[in-house]
Design a protein around this ligand. Structure first.
Ligand SMILES: C[S@@+](CC[C@H](N)C(=O)[O-])C[C@H]1O[C@@H](n2cnc3c(N)ncnc32)[C@H](O)[C@@H]1O
Length: 231
């Protein structure tokens, strides 16, 4: 998965934000607002964004009075984020969500967009809980395997719309083609929304919300570290 992520995002950094708007039919803006609202940030909070990419979420957090550290596997994505020179961003580091290079209880809030489907969930849950302070909050979202009453529409979007977009982009030699070709397979296997809340609960992070947005295109989770593990 690490290799797939690097292949998908290494060459995509420059066109990532346009590609994201296309792939999510501009819904990403609403999902990022969900994160900003549900992370319930306070001035002075130290925030970790796992898989920060080009710092789209950080653009929304400008003026919030928070200090954000962003981590990502792909240097090209981080470099696009650095070019934005956002005041709230204190540090952008290359690193792996499964081995966070931060000390215990370093953050008040952990946020993450589109990462759970790429990572080993036991390590991801453990690392989130480890770097969160007691009472700290986590808010994240990602694509989930299509299901529910909108299954037919979601499957058409995933296997029809995205594949056709991938094919057309590859004909045009566009770097986003790899993303659209890989995403349907990865999203079909995305079962994180059932597993991650249980794994987080074992490490002392209890679920506040775990729901689906936009008819089930993405799952959105928020939680709070209580310090008591539920093993
Ligand atoms: C779809 S992009 C999302 C970027 C940003 N969070 C956003 O919402 O625009 C997914 C990001 O996750 C990063 N990523 C994937 N696996 C990762 C891992 N194991 N550790 C850290 N970052 C990872 C990729 O490099 C990529 O930048």
């Amino acid at each position: 998965m690490h290799r797939t992520a690097l292949e998908m995002f290494g060459g995509l950094a420059k066109s990532y934000e346009r590609t994201l708007d296309l792939a999510t039919l501009v819904q990403d803006r609403y999902w990022k607002r969900w994160i900003a609202d549900n992370a319930a940030l306070s001035r002075g909070d130290r925030v970790l964004d796992i898989g920060a990419g080009t710092c789209l979420l950080e653009e929304r957090l400008e003026g919030s009075g928070c200090e954000v550290m962003g981590l990502d596997l792909t240097e090209e994505m981080l470099s696009a984020g650095r070019d934005k020179k956002l005041g709230c961003v204190k540090l952008l580091v290359r690193g792996d969500a499964e081995y966070l290079p931060f000390r215990e209880e370093a953050f008040d809030v952990v946020v993450s967009c589109y990462v759970p489907k790429y990572v080993e969930l036991v390590a991801f849950a453990h690392e989130i809980a480890r770097v969160l302070k007691d009472g700290g909050k986590v808010a994240l979202y990602d694509f989930v395997r299509p299901g529910g009453p909108w299954l037919a529409v979601l499957a058409l979007y995933l296997h029809g719309g995205m594949r056709i977009a991938g094919f057309l982009l590859s004909l045009a030699g566009n770097s986003a083609a790899t993303t659209f070709r890989n995403l349907p397979r990865i999203v079909e296997g995305a079962t994180w929304q059932e597993r991650l809340p249980k794994l987080l609960a074992r490490t002392g992070v209890r679920t506040v919300k775990n729901l689906k947005l936009t008819g089930g295109v993405v799952g959105a989770y928020s939680g709070k570290k209580s310090g008591e593990s539920l093993t």
